[in-house]
Design a protein. Structure first.
Length: 367
């Protein structure tokens, strides 16, 4: 690999994280090599663990032991996941320390079946954080309407949160408010904890272009064709503008003086789905200070090989605003796009979780 991943952080101000985890990455030494290449954190989700557990025999011994101990399929799932998460956390802990707690985080998601259950998500997030019991774990909470208040509660308790499944500027504004108000509550109850709390807001990128491109293509006009492949990047640039505005306000500055850290935007879903687009499109065009990009393996390898290190996230913001206005003129309802993608995201994670639990239950019957 080239030095691009390291340069992305040292020159571009962006932290590259890996969007994948499986046990063989830990046991084979692969994760250590990935870290040495410049990766500074890791994200996981139920779909990633479904592929890891169902797609290998790496978990068979532990699963058999858990079954022997009388654990259910769901209990076994969490035992296996938490072991992987803890092992990854140990590998990333030196980065956590050397970066003064800015990077070195590993994210694990709460039960996806609770995405529309505020009280259930609150209990699950608190329990998962306590169960993993490591300072550099981030608990992933979906940015559903029901999830936003959980974000505030977890931050007010001094817990690290990765807010996932953000698809709109409006919901992102809600997430920022939840974070800042949660930090204000923490400042009142335990101000010494402020500097120890970290959070990222995961804004999904490529899925937006997939859906909007579909709607633009259906219009079949030259004006619509000109906007193909531009919406996701435009929205991310506007999100970054909202980020810089929100975290330079007098309200935030009062917290910053007490040691509070900004909630960084994290660009998720950054693999290119359309083969006509460059394979590093959603990295090259979203580079800037105080951001994170979580990369699937192929995107990580592509950027390491031929990515471009240049500050782009706050370039041509006026063009991004013009793109946004043009989408409205063409009748593309971005609120509807966001609502659809959020539901599809929730459904996808729930499907992966349910399929994996069903497979584990079936396996239990054979042991």
């Amino acid at each position: 690999m080239s030095n691009n991943l390291r340069l992305l952080h040292s020159e571009g101000g962006q932290s590259p994280w890996l969007d994948n985890l499986k046990r063989s990455y830990i046991t084979s030494g692969h994760m250590r090599k990935v870290i040495d290449s410049g990766i500074r954190g890791l994200t996981s989700n139920p779909s990633i663990f479904q592929k890891a557990i169902q797609g290998s025999t790496d978990y068979d011994v532990q699963f058999a032991e858990l079954a022997q101990a009388g654990k259910t399929a769901v209990e076994s799932y969490w035992e296996m996941v938490i072991q992987d998460i803890r092992d990854a956390l140990e590998l990333f802990h030196p980065i956590y320390l050397s970066s003064d707690r800015q990077d070195g985080y590993v994210s694990v998601e709460v039960d996806p079946m609770l995405a529309h259950d505020t009280e259930g998500t609150t209990r699950a997030a608190r329990h998962l954080d306590q169960n993993v019991d490591r300072p550099n774990v981030m608990i992933k909470i979906p940015a559903t309407v029901e999830g936003v208040s959980v974000i505030r509660e977890m931050i007010s308790e001094g817990r690290n949160v990765n807010v996932t499944l953000i698809f709109s500027l409006e919901r992102y504004a809600d997430v920022i408010e939840a974070y800042i108000s949660g930090m204000e509550a923490l400042a009142k109850s335990d101000p010494s904890r402020l500097s120890h709390v970290a959070s990222v807001a995961s804004f999904f990128i490529s899925r937006v272009d997939v859906e909007v491109d579909k709607r633009l293509a259906a219009l079949g006009t030259p004006e619509a064709d000109q906007l193909l492949g531009t919406c996701a990047i435009a929205q991310a640039k506007l999100a970054y503008k909202l980020f810089t505005t929100s975290f330079s306000s007098p309200r935030w500055n009062d917290l910053a003086k007490m040691g509070a850290r900004v909630q960084r935007p994290l660009w998720a879903s950054t693999s290119t789905k359309n083969p006509l687009y460059p394979d590093t499109l959603y990295v090259d065009q979203l580079i800037g200070p105080l951001t994170v990009n979580t990369l699937p393996d192929p995107t990580m390898e592509a950027f390491a090989d031929h990515g471009t290190i240049e500050r782009t996230i706050d370039a041509d913001v006026e063009a991004a605003e013009a793109t946004w206005e043009q989408l409205k003129k063409l009748g593309i309802d971005m609120s509807n796009v966001a609502a659809q993608l959020e539901q599809e995201g929730v459904d996808s994670f729930q499907k992966s979780f349910q399929e994996l639990i069903a497979a584990l239950e079936q396996k239990l019957e054979t042991l």
